[in-house]
Structures are given as structure tokens and as C-alpha cells.
Design a protein around this ligand. Structure first.
Ligand code: ADP
Ligand code: ZN
Ligand code: ZN
Length: 736
């Protein structure tokens, strides 16, 4: 493995290379190399400088983390490093300001907290083209970008700075009293803040004003606005650009092309872009004048990066804001229980609980007094078995269509049916590579594994017994679409013509721009009934939807994942928020918004809270349960996961690690559970196992993880690691 280390021949004259640098580079995962590699250079380079360095046979990008003078004569004995054996760097990237100390601290914190190599975190936080392009190519890009901003400045002078509102004052809405209150407290108090605002309460307007005031106050300040999935909220991007001008706003998300990402990264890094709008990866945006971070829909699970270098962008946003002295505003109608708990008011029963460290800013009312949709539960136990759409729901949809209103039906599965089965011999459409069923997609008559992608044409007959009568079990979006089309076929729209049904899910939106055009046709009123997965429940400001139906979401009510009901509640509240958003129009129609849920458990407490639109009641209920059971946020968790050829190897490795940790000083304050198969035990022929560790103290858990990590490295190479393909640590896991 000698080729991986930075030191090798030919030796160089120490006097030629008087500076020693510690540089973060992306070393191969789990290589035994330390976090930083040593190089030498002719001139001193400030920390944060981007450099090209040799690594093995390659030339890679690195970030300077430290720089010292090499003692004049020979090896640096004190450091135990012989500078004459180190390789020189190739060259710094010219024309780029070094990354700030605050940025480097954020990277270092993220690496430490989530137990990843510093270089991996640092390099994956930079735009891919910085790594891929040659020095000459990059130089051209930098020049072009500098030229552009120069030109912009010249064009604009002496016009107002880019932060000036582009929107004429006349168009601006009058803030509601609760919006004004929330903003006023946000300005006056210290954060972090949790804007607890119902869907449609005008949270986005509060974000816009908070950013606007900041930019007006400080001619250089920058704001970072994070959203869970940017392609689901194109309206938000438009609203920011409209308010602040297209030049002041850049986006950062993984749906952008590499050149777009580089351009927007440079604009933020140079301070020219005043607002960065992005998904979780934007939490690492280089923003030298960062003064405000907004995290919209802060409860959304997509803030947690689930592979590679895992992190929670929401939690890092809090850390980053504190480090940089920026304000941070989390917003949600259904906050995560963590943030809810962190923003609890001080206990009124004496001095027992000083309250959380976040400030809660409530906005309970929807703007324009839009009423909440009335909730109607349909008890599926009272329906014939295998009913897909109960008659009462069908009537409600028909009535909607009759009034020229839109409705939507939400379910959690795409495809036609989750399983295809033979009633004679019990064959089921299992994936040969995963411990999961392949989903039946009728559109192209395939069986597709949603975990490994393995796809086959649907067999004509049962592959096991030859029975030609294999049947779908359960339902997905395709099947509901087909079924509704049959049920609604006899119906005419008020203006004449057949009822128009559309489906939006991961299958219909694969093509670039497909989602946007589908959403646009819903907005344009070209759709009467919209069917889809949770994609359709998020954030969209649909003006003509008055009925929201939820089908088949019961699984989450009694799931083994303790966060499932929190998620379901958030999803249903969010879905409910899609109905009746235009109060004036609704009144004109003489109609009202409704939500219909088909369930086998109508008595479940979650529905009572949903009916009352009472998130605080739901949260209190959940928090009491969590406290009693010692679950987050009252305890802190991490998962050790192992992937191996066999389940025994994966579990055996984790068990060996667990046994070895017993002697660790930090072991006393953590609880370790036995290694078990993961929920989906096998994916693409790789067996997966996990071991949960938890502690009431975050610091104790962190100490334990820090001590455990060397054991993982060591045991991986020992007999206990035989057959193990990889291991990973997931701190604050989202699913267990
Ligand atoms: P949220 O983000 O809380 O769901 P939005 O900010 O999207 O809510 O606001 C919902 C709708 O109400 C939007 O169409 C928005 O333009 C409008 N709106 C927001 N604030 C006001 C206000 N003060 N007066 C009138 N309309 C408003
Ligand atoms: Zn069969
Ligand atoms: Zn599979």
C-alpha cells in the first residue's frame, strides 16, 4: 500500500521546500491513512488554500489545514517527521480566496461528530469540478466568473446594491399580526428559533422578510436558505428571485449540472451571491459573510444524508450558526420532536426545567382565515375485503369533480402492486438478490426491485408451478390510477369531457423537468384527480384542491420504527395543508376543504390529534412515550452497521467489536444492544447487520464512538473481520 502514502522517493532538498503543510485529501475509504497528509512547499500557504497534490499515482485536490516552517537542518525531530521524505505539492489553485476558518471548523466538527475522515468530508463539500478539472480549465472558469461579477458591478453602479428588493412595494403583502410578531421576536432575541407555523400560515413570507431586513442592514451579509427537496418547491426559488433579483440568489443542490454547481459555489464563495438556496449539501456552502440560516420544513428526513459521509444538515446548521454568530431559523408545521423538545418553554411548576435553548415562534393561524379541512375517517373494517376505494370516498371525489374542484389521493407505494403472487403454490415475486419483494409495474409489465434495481419482465405463468393465474397483492399508485379511471369513466366533467386523472411519483418524474410540467398542469387546472406518493403532499401551493384522501398508510401506525408515527403525522398534516388553500375562492364556491382517510384503525390517537389539528397534543403524547421508553430526544443513539457476504459474518464482526468495547473507559455510560439483521437484511446480495448503542449523554456517546473507531479498523483486518465488506457508523440515525 506504499503507493497510497505521500512519502516516497525521490528525496528532495529540505532547503528547497522550507514549508511543511498538513493537507486534507480524499483518501480511499477505510484506508489506514490519517486525516491529514503531510507535504512540503516552497512558499507558506494560508490554511484553507486549495492545492493540487500528488497522491499515489494521481493528482488530487486538497485543502491546506496547517503550515509550518521546516527547521533549517534535516528532519523535524520534535514532530517525528522527516520533511526531506515528503512529497512537494504540485500547485495551489490560483485566484481563489482560501476557505475560511469557520468553514474549516464546520468540516472538522462534522467529521468528528459523524466519525468520518476529515478529507472525505472536506472534499465532498466542494463542487465536483474543483476536483475534476485541470488547473488550466479551472483558471478559465475563475476568470470568467470574476469577469462576470466585475461586469455586473460596472453595469449596476451607481444603482442600488443587489439586495434591494426587486419587487415593487405595492405588490408586497401586509404582514399578519402573527407574522409581524414572529419577525419582531426574531429580530430582538437570540436564537436558535423554531418558527412553528401551520401550513399556509405564511412562513415563507417570514423567511423572505427576515432575509430582506438582514440584507438591508448589512450590505455584505449572506443568507443560506435550506429546503428539503428543491425540485418539489420550484415556487420558492421563484419567490426569492422575484424578491431579491435573480443575480442575488444562487441554488445549490444535487440536481444541478457540474458547471452550474461550480458557478454557484464560486458566486457564494466570492460573496457576490447574497442568498444561497439549497438542499442539505448547501449547509457546507462557502459563505464568507454568512449571517442567517433558514431551515424550512426542518422535520423533513431528507436533511439527513443517508449514505457516504452521513450528516444531519439541520443539526449542522445549528452548529454552524453558533460558530459564525449567525442567526438560525428552523420552520415547520410539524417540527421534529427533537426541535419541539429543544424549544419547550421553561417549566411553570417551579425551577425544575429551565426550558429548551431554542425560542419557539408560534403562528397557529392560516393567512386569510382559510379553514382547516374537515377530517373524515373511513373504517376499512366495515368495507368488503380488498376494497381499494370505499364508496364514501368515491362519492366525495365525484362531488368535487361535479363542482369543478380538484382532489388528490395519497399513498405510500409506487408501482401497481407491491407483490405478485401465486395462490396455488404460494410463490411470491421475491427479489433473488434482496430480502424484499419485487414490485409489479403494470405500465411496462415488469417486476422491479426498488432496492437493487433488478428488473425482469412479468412471467406469463407462475415460475414455480406453471399456474397462469398469478395475481397482484396490495396496491400502488398505478393500480389506484387504473381503478379510479374505471370508477370515474361514466362521469362527465361540468364543462363536458372525460375526467382527467394524473399520477405523480418517482416513476412518472424520472425525466428532467417532468415533475415541473406535471405540477404545472395541476396548477393550470388540467387535472381533476391527482394520485401520487408523498411527493404530492409537500409544500405545493395548489389553489383548487379541496379534497385530500390518504389511502393505505396504516403500516406506519404500528411500525417497529419508533419515528414512523411522527413521520405519518407530519405527512398527513402536510397533505391536509394542500386542501383549501384559497379561502376566498372556497367561499365563492360555497364549498369547504376536506380530508378523507381510509384506515383499519380509526380509533388510533394519532387521528384524534389530526382531527383537532393539534400538533402540540400529538407531540406531548409522543414525548411522554419516548421519555418513558428512554428514546430520543431523551437519549442519544448511534448505529454500527456491517455489510458482509453472510449474515453471520456481519453480526459476528459487530459482536466482536461490541465485546472489545467492554474494556473501553467510555463503556460505563453507554448501553449496547446485540447485533441484529437490519430491517432489510439483504440488498444486492450483501447481508447487513446493525448494533445500536445509546446513552443519555451525547458527550459520553461521542467519547465511546471515538474510542470504538480504532477497534473497528483493527478488527476489520483481524479474523473477526473475515467476509466483512464494509462497516459504517450512523450517528443520530433516522431509522432503526
Ligand atoms: P407556509 O410556508 O406557512 O405554508 P406560505 O408562506 O406559502 O405559507 O403562504 C401561504 C400563502 O399565503 C401564499 O400564497 C402567500 O403568498 C400568502 N401569504 C403569506 N403571507 C401573507 C399575508 N400576510 N397576507 C396575504 N397573503 C399572504
Ligand atoms: Zn405457483
Ligand atoms: Zn433487489
Amino acid at each position: 500500500m506504499g503507493s497510497l502514502t505521500a512519502s516516497s522517493d525521490p528525496p528532495v532538498q529540505p532547503s528547497l521546500w522550507p514549508w511543511r503543510l498538513q493537507i486534507a485529501v480524499h483518501t480511499p475509504a477505510h484506508s489506514a491513512l490519517g486525516d491529514l497528509l503531510d507535504y512540503v512547499a516552497q512558499e507558506a500557504l494560508p490554511a484553507g488554500t486549495l492545492v493540487r497534490v500528488p497522491l499515489g499515482r494521481n493528482e488530487v485536490l486538497g485543502v491546506v489545514w496547517g503550515c509550518q516552517a521546516v527547521p533549517e537542518c534535516g528532519p523535524d525531530v520534535a514532530q517525528g517527521i522527516d520533511a526531506s521524505a515528503l512529497k512537494p505539492i504540485i500547485a495551489p489553485l490560483e485566484g481563489l480566496t482560501p476557505l475560511s476558518a469557520a468553514w474549516r471548523d464546520l468540516i472538522a466538527f462534522s467529521a468528528r461528530y459523524y466519525r468520518h475522515a476529515l478529507g472525505e468530508v472536506a472534499l465532498s463539500a466542494l463542487p465536483p469540478q474543483l476536483r475534476k478539472l485541470s488547473a488550466a480549465q479551472l483558471q478559465r472558469r475563475f476568470n470568467r466568473s470574476a469577469h462576470r461579477s466585475e461586469k455586473r458591478r460596472a453595469d449596476r453602479d451607481p444603482a442600488p446594491p443587489p439586495a434591494a428588493p426587486a419587487q415593487p412595494a405595492a405588490v408586497r403583502v401586509q404582514l399578519s399580526a402573527q407574522q409581524a410578531d414572529a419577525l419582531e421576536r426574531f429580530e430582538r432575541e437570540d436564537g436558535p428559533f423554531l418558527l412553528f407555523g401551520a401550513t399556509g400560515s405564511g412562513k415563507t413570507e417570514v423567511y423572505l422578510r427576515a432575509v430582506e431586513r438582514l440584507l438591508e442592514r448589512d450590505a455584505q451579509a449572506q443568507a443560506l436558505v435550506m429546503v428539503p427537496e428543491i425540485n418539489l418547491t420550484p415556487q420558492l426559488e421563484a419567490r426569492f428571485q422575484e424578491r431579491f433579483g435573480a443575480d442575488a440568489v444562487v441554488s445549490q443542490h444535487s440536481g444541478m449540472t457540474d458547471p452550474q454547481r461550480l458557478r454557484s459555489w464560486l458566486a457564494a464563495h466570492s460573496g457576490q451571491a447574497r442568498i444561497v438556496l439549497g438542499t442539505r449539501l448547501a449547509v457546507f456552502a462557502s459563505m464568507p459573510r454568512l449571517a442567517l440560516i433558514v431551515v424550512d420544513e426542518e422535520h423533513d428526513p431528507s436533511y439527513k444524508q443517508q449514505d457516504g459521509a452521513r450528516y444531519s444538515a439541520r443539526d449542522l446548521a445549528i452548529w454552524r450558526a453558533r460558530r459564525e454568530g449567525a442567526k438560525v431559523l428552523l420552520g415547520s408545521a410539524t417540527p421534529s420532536l427533537e426541535s419541539w423538545h429543544n424549544s419547550r418553554p421553561p417549566s411553570t411548576l417551579g425551577a425544575l426545567d429551565p426550558g429548551g435553548r431554542y425560542r419557539r415562534l408560534p403562528m397557529p393561524e392560516r393567512v386569510a382565515e382559510a379553514a382547516w379541512p374537515a377530517l373524515r375517517l373511513i373504517d376499512m373494517n366495515q368495507q368488503p375485503a380488498h376494497t381499494l376505494i370505499a364508496p364514501a370516498l368515491l362519492q366525495a371525489i365525484q362531488a368535487c369533480i361535479g363542482r369543478g374542484e380538484q382532489s388528490m389521493a395519497l399513498l405510500n407505494r409506487r408501482g401497481y402492486a407491491p407483490v405478485l403472487a401465486c395462490a396455488d403454490c404460494n410463490w411470491k415475486s421475491e427479489c433473488p438478490h434482496c430480502s424484499a419483494y419485487r414490485v409489479f409495474h403494470k405500465v411496462d409489465r415488469t417486476l422491479r426491485c426498488h432496492h437493487c434495481g433488478y428488473t425482469e419482465r412479468v412471467p406469463r405463468a407462475c415460475p414455480q408451478c406453471g399456474n397462469p393465474d398469478i395475481a397482484p397483492l396490495g396496491r400502488g399508485t398505478e393500480r389506484i390510477e387504473e381503478h379510479l379511471a374505471q370508477l370515474l369513466a361514466p362521469l362527465q366533467r361540468p364543462g363536458g369531457g372525460a375526467v382527467r386523472i394524473a399520477r405523480i411519483d418517482a416513476d412518472t418524474t424520472r425525466r428532467q423537468g417532468a415533475l415541473q410540467s406535471q405540477l404545472a398542469s395541476v396548477h393550470a387546472g388540467e387535472v381533476d384527480v391527482l394520485i401520487g406518493t408523498q411527493m404530492i403532499a409537500k409544500g405545493h401551493d395548489f389553489r383548487r384542491i379541496t379534497l385530500v384522501a390518504a389511502l393505505n398508510l396504516d403500516g406506519a401506525l404500528y411500525s417497529s420504527d419508533f419515528r414512523a408515527s411522527e413521520r405519518l403525522f407530519a405527512l398527513l398534516m402536510q397533505a391536509a395543508g394542500r386542501a383549501g388553500r384559497d379561502a376566498a375562492w372556497l367561499a365563492e364556491q360555497g364549498s369547504r376543504a376536506q380530508m378523507v382517510i381510509q384506515t383499519h384503525h380509526p380509533q388510533h390517537r394519532l387521528f384524534a390529534a389530526l382531527r383537532a389539528h393539534d400538533y402540540p397534543a400529538f407531540a406531548q403524547d409522543q414525548l411522554e412515550e419516548r421519555r418513558a421508553a428512554g428514546m430520543p430526544p431523551f437519549t442519544f443513539q448511534a448505529l454500527l452497521c456491517a455489510h458482509a457476504r453472510t449474515q453471520e459474518a456481519a453480526q459476528g464482526f459487530l459482536q466482536a467489536v461490541g465485546d472489545a468495547t467492554q474494556a473501553l473507559p467510555a463503556a460505563a455510560r453507554v448501553t449496547r444492544y446485540p447485533a441484529v439483521p437490519m430491517m432489510i437484511q439483504r440488498i444486492a446480495n450483501i447481508e447487513r447487520a446493525q448494533m445500536l448503542v445509546e446513552s443519555p449523554s451525547r458527550a459520553a456517546l461521542q467519547a465511546w464512538l471515538a474510542q470504538c473507531q480504532p477497534l473497528l479498523h483493527a478488527l476489520r483486518r483481524a479474523p473477526a473481520g473475515k467476509g466483512v465488506i464494509r462497516w459504517l457508523i450512523d450517528v443520530d440515525p433516522q431509522a432503526i
